[in-house]
Design a protein around this ligand. Sequence first.
Ligand code: SF4
Length: 359
Amino acid sequence: MFEAMEPMDAIQKAIDHPEKIVVFSIAPGVRVGMGDTFDREPGAWIEGQLVDALHRLGVDYVLDLAFSTDLRAVEMGVECLLRLRSQKDLPLFISGCPVWTQYLKKHAPAKGKCLSTVKSPGEIQGATVKTYFAEEHHLDPTRMIHVIVTSCGAEGGISTSPNDVGILLGDGVLQDNDYIMTTQELAIWLKSAGVVRSTLNSGQGWDSPLGRGSGSGIISATTGGTMEGLLRTLQQVLMGKESLPNEIAWESIRGMHCVKSAVVKIADLSIHVGVVYGLDVAERLLAGGYDGLFDIIEVMACPGGCIGGSVPEMRTLYREAAASPGQTALDNPEIAGVYKSFYGYPFSAMARQLLHGKT
Ligand code: SF4
């Protein structure tokens, strides 16, 4: 049950508790948003040091939230194909930004049917950590404390709800996510614990499963990243591996412009996509300013997405994504593993129960 304590105090208490298992999942934007904490330049990639620091603090497992961004891309790919083929509930609104989805539900509830039903990566991760991950490690989910670390400090941003695992297991208390910690809160915690040292291991890897994201998963923190991940997945499904990489001019949906668009041809589909950020632009969107122009639209509330307008952070994400061994969600062997061992296939009954919300 969520306790009304400062997250750091409550999490430290869980770490010190001999029977609690503490699991951290780190959003992609966090690993480029802590350069100053590690005495590095803005946008520095501190992934390995961060995983090492959390283990030294006593965290049992440190996982990559980019895994769930990949899982979302697969579910969303199927949803997108169904809507494009049927021409129903378009344009499809995709986003991992809860501020935008709440804004839409409040100001234009009639357009709610256009929202993707796939939950946010944080919600997906929580549901998968306390089911599949718990099973793989023979852990009791009622003893697990799952903490999401995110760059989102927005009021009404990432929250600990829902509690779909509790519903699945018949436990009215169990939550998918127990605490949300921001990058800033994590920085304060690490510094006060004195764990940031030059001896931290930059090559420290994630725990697994749920410890790996593709290049598409990594760039989801920036504007256009969710769209690119979806299109890359569609391209691979419809045209095959040999069509990759980069038959699509990705540059047209990257960068700091607040409205970007492209017409993307994948197999027999010609898809009009829009990528926007900022709630002022979203307001125009909901007022009908872009009606009929797009089949799929990605919206994020903050300038440039979760990187909050930081060009160095954006550059690092694209650089690290390009160096990733897999470029799409389907290249991620841990995605194949979670479907094989737990979800079965996209849109299965279990996937609909844990990975999709009610719009
Ligand atoms: Fe939060 Fe901003 Fe990212 Fe939306 S875009 S999830 S409000 S940090």
